[in-house]
Design a binder for this molecule. Structure first.
Ligand code: GAF
Length: 394
């Protein structure tokens, strides 16, 4: 049988030439700098990066690419497909403003300004193959791409961790999302054939091999727009802080399932269920990293399933469409080549991640798309990605 081919992830060179063409059109000059940074998918470890947990994302073959050139002025002119060109006065310390999409850029510029850098004027054009609002960290990709561009403009190189933290601060202070470190770390540290296992207590990433060609990671965008700045994310984070305070420990890493039980009534609804998610998900992520190391897929699948169920029932960040997509993957099952499936990223819409056998990947993608369309009337966007290289200058 023939199945629909999975879409090809646009090569970086193609994105760069698209950005160059738009840049020339807009600015009537040739760009001299190119910065790229990827989105990410998370295999497991959700909503625990801000709880000192472990997370297991990787950088995907979907990028934001920026073509740019110094313009000899004190202004940045930045364009992107479908947006008005934004002008930023670089003599001023950047503050959040309008239009909102430029806040990621303002926030990163501010991070460099706070480190004593004077940013020279530049023109830039941004293109993206990271689906927007799909829970695949297009915002972290933009932050890391801008930070990389500024490194190029200033002829300086930040330590990778510092760059990721600068990008995270931009997200906090300029986009209003109190995110953890997962997305910016994945976008900054990603490498081909490597997962970015992050110990969020120490803030140290470990690059873990993920090379088995028989494994494919499918990403299914439910097309339900995910928005983290509307309060749901911040509310979850607050729940976990309240839970930890009730339990009376200084880190979730020291909290056991028995501690959660013992403080169940005192924590009350919904904090107790949030706490159960955190403790369970930390254990599952450690288990999943070990299972992957041993190619133990029989152990991995149930961990991914339990992660999804916990995010749906206890953490309440899934949605009907994510649940449907995951259910379809589950019903294909191990016999049909699916190893595991779950929602990925912050939730409230966005994407699922399905780990499957490569030989069955197109067939599985087709079933996911067809059954999802039948159930919801929505045409999902499904693609595969190998782990890819983090932010860099081209
Ligand atoms: C979003 C956040 F940005 C991350 O820091 C992480 O908390 C994730 O949601 C949930 O795991 O992507």
């Amino acid at each position: 049988p023939h199945f629909m081919a999975l879409p090809i992830n646009p090569p970086l060179a193609d994105l760069a030439s698209d950005a160059d063409a738009a840049f020339r059109q807009q600015f009537d000059a040739d760009p001299t700098l190119h910065a790229a940074a990827p989105g990410r998918v998370n295999l497991i470890g959700e909503h625990i990066d801000y709880c000192d947990g472990f997370v297991l994302p990787f950088a995907i073959e979907r990028y934001i690419v920026i073509s740019a050139r110094a313009n000899g002025s004190q202004e940045a002119h930045i364009g992107s497909t479908g947006q008005e060109v934004v002008t930023l006065d670089l003599t001023k310390r950047k503050e959040p403003g309008q239009p909102k999409w430029a806040n990621y850029i303002r926030g990163v510029i501010r991070g460099f300004q706070d480190r004593g850098h004077h940013i020279p004027g530049f023109d830039a054009w941004i293109v993206s193959s990271v689906p927007l609002g799909a829970g695949l960290s297009s915002s972290a990709a933009l932050e890391c791409a801008v930070a990389t561009l500024l490194e190029g403009l200033l002829d300086t190189v930040l330590d990778t961790k510092e760059k990721a933290l600068l990008a995270q601060k931009a997200e906090h202070d300029f986009a209003g999302v109190p995110c953890g470190i997962m997305d910016q770390f994945a976008s900054a540290f990603g490498q081909p054939n490597r997962l970015v296992l992050i110990d969020c207590q120490t803030g140290e990433p470990e690059l873990v091999p993920f090379e088995n060609p028989d494994l494919t990671v499918l990403i299914a965008n439910t097309m339900v727009h995910h928005e983290l700045s509307d309060g749901g994310y911040a509310a979850r984070r607050k729940n976990t802080e309240d839970g930890l305070a009730q339990i009376g420990k200084s880190s979730w890493r020291d909290v056991t399932a028995a501690d959660v039980e013992a403080h169940w009534d005192a924590m009350g609804e919904p904090v107790n269920r949030r706490a159960r998610h955190v403790v369970g998900e930390i254990a599952r992520t450690i288990g999943a990293a070990k299972a992957l190391e041993k190619n133990d897929f029989e152990a991995l699948g149930p961990l991914m399933a339990a992660s999804h169920d916990s995010l749906r029932d206890d953490f309440e960040v899934s949605c009907k469409e994510l649940d449907i997509m995951v259910e379809i993957a589950r019903s294909i099952g191990r016999a049909g080549g699916v190893i595991g499936a779950r929602m990925t990223g912050g939730g409230f819409g966005g994407s699922t991640v399905t780990l499957c056998e490569s030989g069955r990947a197109s067939e599985i993608a087709e079933t996911l798309a067809t059954e999802y369309a039948k159930a919801t009337g929505i045409q999902a966007e499904i693609f595969a990605s190998r782990p890819s290289r983090g932010a860099h200058l081209l």
